[in-house]
Each structure stands twice: as C-alpha cells, then as structure tokens.
Design a protein around this ligand. Structure first.
Ligand code: FAD
Length: 462
C-alpha cells in the first residue's frame, strides 16, 4: 500500500515552436470525463468553463438514495436523478486499472477511506474529488448549472444556453464559445426490454437505474432481465432478501440455465417469451414463474437533449454520429466533440487520451484529416461492423479493441502507450470475474501485474 497522494504537478504536452491557439471552450458535465477534459484543455492553454448540473463533481459516482418518479425512467417530464449506482456497488475493475495515468488510484491511507482493491463507490468519488483538488478544477466549474441548448452560430462559433437551478434563482445565460466538449455521461436514460404481453401484466416494472437497495423486495418474486455487470451484482444483492430471483439472459451457454450453485433462490433462464394477465412470466424454455416485479437491467441510451438541430448528435439505434473515432462529427469538427462514448472499456484513461487529442487539435498542435477523409474512415468502420454482423447499437462497444484505440490516441498526441500491466491486469480480471463472480473482488492471482503497476506508480507518487 502506498501512502497518501499529495502534490502533483501537471506535465503539459511539451511546447513546440508552433504558434498554438487558445480557445474558449465549454465542457458539458463534471464527471470523470468532464474533469479530465478540463485538465487537458487547460494544460494546453485553453480557457475552460465546465457546466455541471449538480452541486458537486463526480457524475455517476455521486450516489443518491433518491429514485425517479417513473421507476422505468420513460416519462420525459420526470425529475432526473443522474446516477445509476446501487448502495452495495463495488468497482468491477481493480483500482490500479481504473485510475488516470499520472494520478494513480492507490489507497490513500487516510482515515475513513476504503483501501480495498475493488473499493465501494464512495472511494471512487473521493478519488475524483482528490483529482479535482489536485488540479484545482473546481475553479473552472459552474455548479448547479444545466446546459439546455447548444447551437452553431455564424463563423463556426457555438452558442451555449445554460440555466441555474430554480432553487438558486433559475437565471439563464447565453454565451458564445469557440468549442463545446460534450461529457454528459450515458448511464441515465434507460433502455427497456420489449416483452410481449407486458401491457396486461399486472406487476411492477423498474429499470436498474432506479434500483438502490434490496430490502424493499423482501419476500417478493422478481424477474431480472440482463447479463451485464450490474445484472450480475443486483441479482445477488436481491437474493439476500427476495423470495425468488429469476434472471432472464440472452447470452448464456445452454448448460448454465437452472438453479444457480450456492444459492437456494436464484435461477437462470433464457429470455422471456411472454408476460401474462395472471402475473405469470413465461421463458423461452417453457418454464413459468408468477412474478411481482420485472427489473430491467438492460442498459442505457445516449441522450443529448441540449443538442438541437445538430446533425452530429443523431442517435440512431444507439449509434451516435457520424463520429470520427467516436469523438468528432466531420462536418462540425473540431468545434464540437464527445468524450467517453465508448463502452465496455476502461473509461478514465480512455477519456484522458480523447481529451488530450481534442485539446491538441483545438490548439492547432495537431490536425484532423479533411472532412472527406474522416467520412471515409467512418464509412469503412461501419462496413467492418456490418460485415462482422455487429448490430448498430454496438457501434461504441469497443471493448475488444479498446487498448488499440487508446494507443492510436496516444500516438496521435505523442503520449506514452497503454502500460503492459494495465492490459494484463484488465485481462486477468475479466477471466477471474467470469470464473468466480462471487469472489473476484477479494481473491485474485495477478500479483505480478500488481507489483509492476506499483513500480510504475512510483514516478507519479511522492
Ligand atoms: P458521468 O459520470 O455520468 O458524468 C456526467 C456529468 O454530466 C454528470 O455530473 C451530470 O450531472 C452532468 N450533466 C449531464 N447533463 C448535463 C447538462 N445538460 N448540463 C450540465 N451538466 C450535465 N467505470 C469504472 O471504471 N469502473 C467501474 O467499476 C464502473 N462501474 C460502473 C457501475 C455502474 C452502475 C455504472 C452506471 C457505471 C460504471 N462505470 C464504471 C462507468 C462510469 O460511468 C465511468 O467510470 C465514468 O464515471 C463516466 O464518466 P462520465 O464523465 O462520462 O459520465
């Protein structure tokens, strides 16, 4: 364990003899992506304003016990609760892998902090707060200020309309920026499973976005749809209180269906075939349960309610675009860009590299290909997905080649490539999680990678 992280001095990209341009940049969102975008943009000399709807930084990692008025999250007029965290959540990546490159996520050794390798969610928030403090990012942030409109003005400038929270005074501001970097997160707008017969089924439905604790489900029979990391955690969390938990999953090998080893109230089924008026739910293997709750752990949709009439932000079957390398819409680049869209990835380091790329392009240190060349690249990427039979909605799922993507960004920006230990540890964790889903957070066998990581961290820690 290493002692506390203390003063760290940023090392901006080395200056060249190029004449760099400082831009006035609006960053939408103060989660992990917005924080690192702000740091990279400022390091490059830009003037940055971060707009954050909430009263604090951290985005997803700001847990709230509050849930939305519509438990399925479909009502467009519902009060939005941003975070989808459940109370018991521990990270599904080891802290070493999760951290930003030059600000390692090590146990701080401070009282009250969580020193576990896969810590609880509060520890991630503390880490992001440490990051914000270390780089004095708070001074760039307008808290409780929501961006409600971003639009293109004459001469490539961007109009940003924002509004402070009504309880403050609800003031509206209209300003002009040279560029807008969108970092608004993509785990807030639920995606719901299509279930035949659901309109007559009498039970309660919720989306995992509005799941917090298992106690309210005591003695109930629950059908949970999904097989993501959240589904795996939540079904186990629920099984401590519910009478029965039946998981409906599309992507499990045949032999794994049935009662789950180590549990007396947890079953795995294939997908739901139909829900019925009498409360029954039928699965594709013919099994039937009488359920009181259907819990959709079915993921989220990209959502940019503040981007009006901007072609770049078209979301078509959860593909945002067209975007060059998941970041720049060719027709509007580099004035508007998106950080953190890829999923099934290690997000912080990816956001760090994307942000550095954006900052360097805005300053003129490096340049983008022509609009035509970027469109060609996108078309060829889409063709590769089509040829491999990848559905459109998986466009930004780059899990299998995330490190190649990171390395591409690193090469573009003259940054070091992804560390071998980070790749190795990520793969070791994925295998371990699959083999021992109950215990991977507390038992592992990648000690060699841990040693190498901590060796590497010495250059960044006091
Ligand atoms: P967010 O953290 O969502 O931040 C977006 C910010 O934008 C928010 O603060 C929001 O208030 C603000 N905002 C939105 N709209 C506006 C607006 N119009 N105006 C102003 N502000 C706005 N990652 C890991 O590395 N390890 C894990 O173990 C892990 N577990 C996860 C578990 C769950 C349940 C979820 C949902 C995600 C998990 N992640 C994990 C991924 C996580 O989302 C990323 O780690 C990271 O927090 C994403 O940061 P972000 O800044 O892109 O988005």
């Amino acid at each position: 364990q290493l002692s506390s992280i203390s003063l760290y001095h940023a090392s901006p990209i080395p200056m060249t003899s190029l004449q760099l341009t400082a831009k006035k940049v609006a960053v939408v969102g103060g989660g992990a992506a917005g924080l690192v975008a702000a740091r990279e943009l400022r390091n490059e000399g830009h003037k940055v304003v971060v707009f954050e709807r909430e009263a604090q930084l951290g985005g997803t990692w700001v847990y709230s016990p509050e849930v939305e008025s519509d438990p399925l999250g479909l009502d467009p007029n519902r009060k939005i609760v941003h975070s989808s965290l459940y109370s018991s959540l521990r990270t599904n990546l080891p802290r070493e892998v999760m951290g930003f490159r030059d600000f390692p996520f090590v146990a701080s050794g401070k009282a009250g902090r969580d020193s576990r390798r896969f810590p609880g969610h509060e520890e991630v928030l503390r880490y992001l707060e440490d990051f914000g403090n270390e780089f004095r990012l708070h001074e760039l942030v307008r808290y409780q200020t929501e961006v409600c409109h971003v639009g293109l003005e004459a001469e490539g400038k961007w109009k940003v309309k924002s509004r402070t929270k009504a309880e403050n005074d609800g003031s509206e501001f209209v300003e002009t920026y040279d560029a807008v970097v969108v970092c608004n997160g993509h785990y807030t707008e639920p995606r719901i499973a299509d279930i035949p017969g659901i309109e007559v089924w009498p039970g309660r439905q919720i989306h995992s976005h509005n799941y917090r604790i298992p106690e309210p489900y005591r003695d109930q029979v629950i059908v949970l749809i999904g097989s993501s990391a959240s589904a795996v955690d939540i079904c186990r969390d629920l099984s401590r209180f519910a009478k029965e938990v039946h998981v409906a999953s599309r992507s499990k090998p045949d032999g794994s269906y049935g009662k789950q080893p180590g549990f007396d109230n947890l079953w795995l089924h294939p997908m739901i075939e139909r829900a019925h008026e009498d409360g029954n739910v039928t699965f594709q293997d013919g099994s039937v349960v009488r359920a009181e709750v259907i819990l959709h752990c079915t993921g989220y949709k990209y959502h940019f309610p503040f981007l009006h009439n901007i072609d770049a932000a078209n979301v078509d079957d959860n593909r945002v675009g067209p975007l060059y390398k998941h970041v720049f819409p060719p027709a509007l680049a580099p004035g508007i860009s998106f950080v953190g869209l890829p999923w099934k990835v290690v997000p912080f380091i990816l956001c760090e590299l994307q942000s550095r790329w954006i900052a360097s392009i805005l300053s003129g240190r490096i340049s983008l290909p022509s609009e035509e060349k970027m469109m060609e690249d996108i078309k060829s990427f889409y063709s590769t997905l089509d040829a491999a039979g990848v559905p459109k909605r998986y466009t930004h799922n780059i899990g299998d080649h995330q490190f190649e993507y990171d390395d591409w960004l690193a090469l573009e920006t003259g940054s070091p490539l992804i560390e071998d230990w980070r790749r190795g540890m990520y793969r070791a964790t994925s295998l371990c999680r699959r083999a021992q889903p109950e215990t991977y957070r507390d038992e592992w066998d990648d000690e060699d990678w841990i040693l190498t990581a901590y060796q590497d961290f010495k250059q960044y820690l006091p």
